[in-house]
Design a protein around this ligand. Structure first.
Ligand SMILES: NC(=O)c1ccc[n+]([C@@H]2O[C@H](COP(=O)([O-])OP(=O)(O)OC[C@H]3O[C@@H](n4cnc5c(N)ncnc54)[C@H](OP(=O)(O)O)[C@@H]3O)[C@@H](O)[C@H]2O)c1
Length: 259
């Protein structure tokens, strides 16, 4: 998808690592300049910046705790100072506690919802003056928004709210020429998938692959290419949608293995 984002200015949260990093690189390859956002892993963010600049695009890193309104305001302030505009905002950063509901504390829910929901509303408010006559907002959901996964209630319910928020944003921002869509990956081979599966990584990978019609885990690049499409003019009349990028993992119900 060469040049489909030529000259576009992009900010991707959580783009030091994983899906965010792959998306920063894919968007740069498509011609975009990228703000690489990180929270703790400055070295990883620097690696993403280096990968983007090696492609001949502009990139710079910005640190922000997405639970902090002040940090979010400062991050968009830096974009305003440096570029004065933004074409694409991708809300990708997320973190949560993976616990059964019995063990969830209020602060687990508060922190998860702040990163996944509050920060997106606050970020979009900062995006509006920077997007001017049009733009693209992309949110990163997950299969736990619709399907129940073990120990996933905090993040799954937040992602369900995020998909709803995407529809509200699409309705409210459409008249400004801004589209808003979500990507919904299945299981993608990243640090967070390894963290989620804990001591059972190999069994988890085997189970997921056995239930995936396309026969493998997702890669960060699989999701990144879908994000490039949503950021590009090719998706201009698509808004308010959640697109699965899961190799068909969520097509099979289970229970029919003996047929
Ligand atoms: N991997 C999967 O299987 C999968 C499946 C479905 C959906 N997703 C979604 O895809 C997105 C990316 O996942 P990933 O697996 O690529 O994640 P990852 O490798 O674990 O990276 C998470 C990123 O989010 C940032 N982050 C976490 N908490 C933050 C906070 N409070 N404030 C600011 N930044 C924060 C991290 O920054 P630092 O490293 O600098 O701390 C990091 O860059 C997430 O929304 C996730 O829910 C992933």
């Amino acid at each position: 998808m060469t040049d489909v984002l030529a000259g576009k200015k992009v900010l991707i949260t959580g783009s030091g690592r994983g899906i965010g990093r792959a998306t920063a690189i894919a968007m740069a390859r498509a011609g975009a300049d990228v703000v690489v956002h990180y929270r703790r892993d400055e070295a990883a963010a620097a690696e993403t910046v280096a990968a983007v600049t090696a492609l001949g695009r502009e990139a710079w890193a910005v640190r922000a705790e997405m639970e902090s309104e002040e940090d979010i305001a400062a991050m968009f302030g830096a974009v305003a100072d440096r570029w004065g505009r933004l074409d694409v905002f991708m809300a990708n950063a997320a973190a949560s506690a993976f616990k059964p509901i019995e063990d969830l504390k209020s602060y687990h829910l508060d922190r998860t919802y702040h990163v996944v929901i509050h920060s997106v509303v606050q970020s979009v408010q900062h995006c509006l003056p920077l997007m001017g006559a049009g733009g693209r907002i992309i949110a990163m959901s997950s299969m736990g928004s619709r399907f129940t996964l073990p120990r996933y209630a905090a993040l799954g319910t937040a992602k369900a709210a995020l998909e709803s928020l995407v529809r509200y944003l699409a309705a409210e921002l459409g008249p400004r020429g801004i589209t808003c869509n979500a990507l919904n990956p299945g299981v993608v081979d990243t640090d967070s998938a390894a963290f989620y599966s804990g001591d059972h990584t190999e069994a988890y990978r085997r189970d997921v692959i056995a239930h995936t019609p396309l026969g493998r885990l997702g890669t960060p690049e699989d999701v990144a290419d879908a994000a490039v499409f949503l950021a590009s003019d090719a998706s201009r009349f698509i808004t308010g949608q959640t697109i699965r990028v899961d190799g068909g993992l969520t097509l099979l119900t289970g229970g029919f293995e003996s047929f």
